[in-house]
Design a protein around this ligand. Structure first.
Ligand code: AHR
Length: 501
């Protein structure tokens, strides 16, 4: 197929907020215990953090991480995770029917985040608890000294406050499964009062209010309107969540879900604009897509298991093994976030280690990278700068979830400081090569200096502990600069990162 693409250096969508490449990790399954933390493992440091996992995390250059949940947070007592470890209570985690030992709490997690070079984004429990416990947590975490909560932190050996800026006001409060689930107006009022209290403490706090759990919820998108009408002036972001899958084994329809996600983002952007106008508000609210990933390979099996098991401690849960098709999907979804970066400022891959994650850590064994790790890493390291508008003239298809889906998916990011243009390209065509013809306007004599490619794999091919780098990027070929244009052909079902200077 022929694919004509036009990029202009000055046709900018937005300055990308680097937090677009953030992550999420929850106290569930083996994400924390057995994931980032496994005392006794040959790779564990003095605190019990796995150095092999940490290295893979550091390579991703993740800007921020949402913690400690997820559904878990809605019945969590943050005080259980502070102070001497041998005095911490074991509790029942009602979200995942497991035992929580509290051996990792906010202070240990802060140590790990600092080793990983990641800023913390903390969620408060607005399910089983409320404003009072949330404000105490904020004071414990962020106040320097001289108050009861801040001095308690100091007595735990943490003299300096963490200065956490991003605070999530609960989790998926629209979901009937959520502990302390609420109707929109009740939640909106509670979120408003909590955000007010947080901003009374520090007006630079960024408050993230819960949007719908996904765009299939019966209350979507009324939930967003009702919630924002209660709290618009006091919040900075509204969250979106969406998980994806290809149960019907229809690859093109799977890729069409990226288009569907664009509509989801657009709908919420419209709802934000509507409420802003209705309230005659001055402030802007942006989108924080704080849970996204592929989750379907063992979802049904898992959901049956955890609902019936007998409160295990750190059980294997949601340990999805991703294939090459999922890597192509994740590459495309990240492209969509780049194209929508004027409204989506923060996005978090859910999750980071073991639980629906790009990194896996075997018990007493090695850590390894899944197929999806690679497009996530490329977007994170090269997707910073200005998102540029890209015009694509390529064949399109219709599928169950969307019409007019382009077979060629392109996002462009320009790093003005380094004068580097990065193109992220997915050829979604099942059988046809794409003959690229990319005009580059406003770039003086561009030269292609890097080309990474993921291609030639079967859609179901995966990595694993025994073949950790089976599906991985290689140096690309067959594309180059001709008469100032980027030209050449790329294989069907392939992903490419082109870097030009
Ligand atoms: O990431 C797994 C779960 O998915 C989270 O706990 C919840 O917020 C979402 O439903």
């Amino acid at each position: 197929m022929k694919a004509r693409v036009a990029v202009h250096r000055d046709f900018k969508i937005s300055d990308i907020d680097e937090r677009l490449y953030s992550a999420f990790i929850e106290h569930m399954g083996r994400a924390i215990y057995g994931g980032i933390y496994e005392p006794g493992h040959p790779q564990a440091d003095a605190q019990g953090f796995r150095k092999d996992v940490l290295k893979f995390v550091q390579d991703l250059k993740i800007p921020a991480i949402r913690y400690p949940g997820g559904n878990f947070v809605s019945a969590y007592r943050w005080e259980d995770g502070i102070g001497p470890k041998d005095q911490r209570p074991v509790r029942l985690d009602l979200a995942w029917r497991s035992k929580e030992t509290n051996q990792v709490g906010v202070n240990e997690f802060a140590d790990w985040a600092s080793l990983a070079g990641i800023e913390m984004m903390l969620a408060v429990n607005l399910g089983s608890r409320g404003l009072e416990e949330a404000r105490n947590f904020l004071e414990y975490v962020n106040f320097p000294s001289g108050t009861s909560w801040s001095d308690l932190r100091r007595s735990h050996g943490k003299d300096d406050p963490y200065k956490v800026k991003m605070w999530c006001l609960g989790n998926e409060m629209d979901g009937p499964w959520q502990i302390g689930h609420k109707v929109a107006t009740d939640y909106g009022r509670l979120a408003n009062e909590t955000a007010k209290a947080f901003k009374a403490f520090d007006r630079d706090i960024e408050a993230i209010v819960c949007g719908s759990s996904n765009d299939g919820m019966a209350t979507y998108p009324e939930w967003e309107r009702e919630v924002l009408e209660e709290c618009y002036e006091n919040v900075d972001y509204i969250s979106l969540h969406k998980y994806f899958g290809n149960k019907s084994k229809d690859t093109l329809n799977y890729f069409g879900k990226i288009e569907e996600t664009g509509r989801y983002i657009q709908t919420i952007a419209g709802t934000i604009d509507y409420v802003k106008s209705k309230k005659r508000a001055k402030n802007d609210v942006h989108i924080c897509f704080d849970e996204w990933n592929v989750w379907y390979h063992i979802r049904d099996e898992d959901s049956h298991r955890w609902r019936t098991w007998d409160w295990p401690e750190a059980p294997a849960l949601l340990e999805e093994t991703y294939n090459f098709e999922d890597a192509l999907f994740v590459a495309g979804l990240l492209n969509e976030f780049i194209r929508r970066s004027d409204r989506v400022r923060i996005a978090c891959i859910a999750q980071l280690v073991n639980v629906i994650a790009p990194i896996r850590a075997e018990k007493n064994g090695p850590a390894w990278r899944q197929t999806i790790y690679h497009p996530y890493r490329f977007a994170s390291i090269y997707g910073r700068g200005e998102a540029l508008n890209v015009a694509v003239d390529a064949p399109m298809y219709n599928c169950h979830v969307a019409d007019d889906v382009s077979y060629l998916d392109v996002a462009a990011v320009y790093d003005r400081k380094e004068s580097v243009l990065t193109l992220f390209v997915v050829n979604r065509h099942l059988t046809d090569k794409a003959e690229l013809d990319v005009s580059l306007t406003g770039f003086a004599k561009p030269a292609l200096f890097e080309h990474h490619a993921m291609e030639g794999y079967g859609l179901n091919e995966t990595n694993g502990p025994d073949r950790p780098d089976h599906v991985a990027p290689k140096q690309g070929a067959g594309v180059g600069i001709e008469d100032g244009k980027l030209k050449g052909s790329i294989a069907p079902l392939s992903y490419h990162v082109f870097r030009l200077k």
